[in-house]
Design a binder for this molecule. Sequence first.
Ligand SMILES: CCCCCCCC/C=C\CCCCCCCC(=O)NCC(=O)O
Ligand SMILES: [Zn+2]
Ligand SMILES: [Zn+2]
Length: 507
Amino acid sequence: MSTAQSLLQWVGAALLCVAVIVVVRTATFPSYQTRPPPCNATDQDFIPATRARLDRLSQAVTFRTVSYEPGRGTPEELRKFLAFLRASFPALHASPLVTREVVGNFSLLYRVQGSDRSLKPALLAAHLDVVPVTEEPGWEAEPFSGQQKDGFVYGRGTIDCKHNVLGQLEALEFHLNRGHRPRRALYLAYGHDEEVSGHYGARKIGELLEERGVKPEFILDEGLTVTKGVVPGVGKKVAMVAITEKGYVTVKLSVRVKGGHGSMPEKESAIGILSQAVTNLERNLQPNLWGSGPERDFAEHLATEMSLLPRLLTANLWLFTPVVRWVLAQKPSTNALCRTTTAVTRFNAGIKDNVIAPEAVAIVNHRVHPKQTIQEVLEHNLKVIDDPRVKMEVVESLVPAPVSPSGPESAAYMAIQESIQQIYPDSLVAPSVLMGNTDTRHYWNLTSAIYRFSPNVMTPEDLTRFHGVNERISVQDYERVMNFYFHLMRNVDKPLVVRRHEHDGDL
Ligand SMILES: CCCCCCCC/C=C\CCCCCCCC(=O)NCC(=O)O
Ligand SMILES: [Zn+2]
Ligand SMILES: [Zn+2]
């Protein structure tokens, strides 16, 4: 046999081995999906989306509680919104079990007293502020109208996240009206400036709770949602419970040149130099790190629920990680899980048509992958810009959040999963990474069990509504939001027991 023939035989045998491993791993990959526990709720345990409840959500949207910049807000609107909340939920505001504090002038902290002091409190969070409306003409209903149309409530805040504020308060009001006396103390924390980093709201709440020695069993804030048609290869709904958040670093790029008359320009302008720099950043993305961080768990939790090809790839990441990285990098929503993202969010230069701009400034917002450091992000930028005329300064930064426990070893995570599956019995649940940031950055010292999840459904078409045009929630989803919080309040109102890790209950 020639050397070439024997080499071919060896290659053939190696390929066969690889194929066998791939097939065996695909066929035997473990399932992480457990059956939803039976829900003993009766008809009386259901909060219907009545006219009054829908109108309260609509009315909440009409308060223009927009936050623009740290320290600048809409005090009058916030004040009116707080008064509206007080008037809208009379039972909880009159209850001797509930205390209400205004923190940092406009943020709210409620405490519901529990009868069993051995149980650590639960903390549900959300925020009162909303992002501004940038593209008014594209809206099918006025963005601050709260208009109800075709089975939806429209407007800023309907999914980010007045639905969570109102949903939690509706659930608590419902509970108290039925004479419920909780065993576990419950905190509700509503910051008023989450969209501009929470420096005056959630930070103050976090400091206050720390001073008082409050150590919650877990914290649940806004976050990822139940998704439908968003996760490649998975037909069922997937509830994504974020167990960590990407970090961020915002940088300011600037170029200064000599100004002058528009009739006698130099070869290059500040605008041209800076444009080249941001083009370099957009053409040379930060490295694709998918699979090296907690996002890998997300895929592996869903592997057995995927159609054949994605399942084969996910069950064999030892071989196919580069392929998965390439596939996920093709869409903005999945690319966000792959790498530190680079968004050029502002670009300013020039004051007059015939004056050469002496300075051009761009702001670049990066969301940092859990396995990358901020230093590495900045070094990458300097390398690809490769122009000493472009100055780079860090405006603000935050390291990726600590990873919270998930799976059967975490009783709090399982209580959230159980509550999701009681409301969405056909949904899968998987731990994930939030690509944005929440007020929980100010709560890291309170507990290591921090989760970010909003109990409404998002389809691919809905993703751009978030901070975008035609933000809306369906009536059915809002009903699910209220009932999710109601179930969660019930499910955690007892000692939470850690379950042994096992796969006996697999689907
Ligand atoms: C494998 C599929 C991954 C795609 C997942 C998309 C799911 C989308 C669901 C919700 C969108 C959540 C956006 C994050 C918002 C964080 C809160 C926020 O706006 N904070 C302010 C900020 O980060 O600037
Ligand atoms: Zn939000
Ligand atoms: Zn937001």
